[in-house]
Design a protein around this ligand. Structure first.
Ligand code: ATP
Ligand code: LTN
Length: 334
């Protein structure tokens, strides 16, 4: 790109209803970054099939996610919004990068270890090599920054290693990207087991808040969030007994923009009941305008098709340029 603006790439998998964790850890930051950067935001359907998906639901969730991106405030004219499988260069570069990634590196990835424990009947090769596809996603766009939640930092580190290795052999082909985490909300925890991260594919729906849950369901889930029996509202990092309260404080801070200290001060002499009711209200009020916009977008399928078609054209142009460069370097005839 011609000006000095930095390039951002990020993505979410259409593997379930998007959670408050995905929003606070990633998408909210995308919205904040969009004005001073060139941004590409993808819906990574190719990643999602590392776990078995129902085809009809996958289609629906892919469009739902596009609606969520726009409803959260990402401007589809200014930014490139696209569906990963519409840009073949992702799978093509992933193959090349697979040959520059060691199995030892992939075996260390915590997400692989977690998901292979969870889906013991389907530990497929895609699940194992998935971080290479993620590296291809990022490197194709020569991204400077990748705004993600904490759980993805290990994959970003791997992406940097692959890119450096490749550049070491062939010269400056890839920009070396950096991860970018939010101050509050980089790791939103499960409401049912607050020492585990909130995950959209959790089998217990009480563990997560979906951005598409009814408002009374959201309130109910927060009010029944697991806390402790101390009855003290304070933030104690690395203390597992406080994990539930820490999590609610983090959520409150992220949706209101207030510091954790000021929230703790306000609730010094109050109980968990009052606190949870206020967290629930703050979350619902934050999500309300997003939901309204989401519902409006649901009425306009033609608009969504237009956005992802244009997004794919723009993404293909950039991605193909990088892929050609790679092919030339490694000796493929163009
Ligand atoms: P799955 O349950 O299918 O693994 P997920 O909920 O972990 O999905 P992803 O699609 O893998 O979500 O992640 C999309 C983005 O949301 C990534 O940037 C990831 O770091 C971020 N993210 C996911 N869960 C959380 C969380 N609990 N807190 C903060 N950020 C999160
Ligand atoms: N691996 C990520 C989703 C993802 C992504 C990316 C994030 C796929 N490609 C590129 C940032 C940049 C996940 O599972 N959360």
């Amino acid at each position: 790109m011609e000006d000095n603006k930095k390039v951002i790439f990020s993505a979410v998998q259409p593997s379930g209803n998007i959670t408050l964790g995905n929003y606070l850890g990633a998408i909210k930051n995308w919205v904040d970054l969009q004005n001073d950067h060139h941004c590409c935001y993808s819906i990574v359907d190719e990643h999602s099939i590392t776990v078995r998906q129902n085809p009809q639901e996958l289609k629906k969730r892919t469009l739902d996610l596009l609606k969520i991106y726009i409803a959260c405030g990402i401007d589809p004219e200014e930014n490139i919004l696209f569906i990963q499988s519409h840009v073949p260069a992702h799978a093509q570069l992933a193959w090349v990068l697979n040959c520059y990634t060691y199995t030892g590196e992939l075996s260390r990835m915590t997400q692989f270890k977690d998901k292979s424990k969870k889906h013991t009947d389907n530990v497929n090769a895609g699940l194992y090599t998935y971080p290479v596809l993620m590296a291809a996603d990022i490197l194709l766009y020569q991204a400077d920054l990748v705004p993600v939640g904490k759980d993805q930092m290990q994959h970003i580190e791997l992406t940097r290693n692959i890119a450096q290795r490749f550049n070491g052999i062939y010269g400056d082909v890839f920009k070396i990207p950096e991860g970018f985490m939010p101050k509050a909300g980089a790791k939103v925890m499960s409401l049912a087991e607050p020492t585990k991260k909130m995950s959209k594919s959790d089998e217990n729906p009480k563990a997560y808040i979906s951005m598409l849950d009814d408002f009374n369901v959201i309130a109910k889930k927060i009010k029944s969030a697991v806390t402790d029996s101390e009855g003290i509202i304070e933030y104690r990092e690395n203390d597992d007994t406080k994990a539930g309260v820490n999590n609610l404080l983090t959520i409150m801070s992220a949706v209101t923009g207030r510091s954790i200290d000021s929230i703790v001060a306000e609730y010094q002499s109050k109980g968990y009941g009052d606190f949870k009711a206020d967290v629930a209200e703050a979350v619902v009020e934050h999500i309300r305008p997003i939901r309204q916009r989401y519902d409006e977008l649901s009425e306009d399928k033609a608009y969504l098709i237009d956005i992802y078609t244009k997004g794919a054209e723009r993404a293909n142009r950039i991605a193909q340029r990088t892929l050609n460069k790679v092919y030339k370097k490694i000796g493929f005839i163009l």
